[in-house]
Design a protein around this ligand. Structure first.
Ligand SMILES: [Zn+2]
Ligand SMILES: [Zn+2]
Length: 116
């Protein structure tokens, strides 16, 4: 559901959690740096943000191609890339929802709960 001419709901960055922590995985955006950001869904009318709502969520943002990516999408890509080399990613289960999360992540990408 997109409203290109009047407005719409897009993620808007609230804060940057981790800056330039990896490279963009979009094939035609080679070398762009991606940030881990906290976003809120924001309603924009005529490109002016008027209302941020919902709970903040973590997303990946590329400064070069200006795209937002799901954290899960990034992790899938990274897992695939690691499989080509050697990977020793330790997975733990989220206490709240049981989702498999890498041990070094601070928040569950599925439900947003803080990881211990
Ligand atoms: Zn990019
Ligand atoms: Zn969870």
């Amino acid at each position: 559901m997109f409203f290109f001419f009047q407005g719409g709901i897009t993620p808007r960055i609230q804060q940057t959690i981790k800056k330039s922590f990896d490279k963009c995985f979009v094939p035609n955006c080679r070398g762009g740096r991606i940030d881990l950001v906290e976003v809120k869904q924001t309603l924009s009318v005529f490109f002016i943000p008027v209302w941020a709502f919902g709970s903040p969520q973590q997303m990946i943002y590329c400064n070069t191609c200006e795209n937002f990516f799901d954290v899960e999408m990034y992790k899938d890509w990274k897992r695939e890339r690691n499989n080509n080399g050697r990977s020793n990613v330790i997975m733990v289960n989220c206490n709240a929802c049981g989702h498999h999360v890498e041990r070094d992540w601070k928040f569950c990408p599925n439900c947003g709960s803080k990881m211990n």
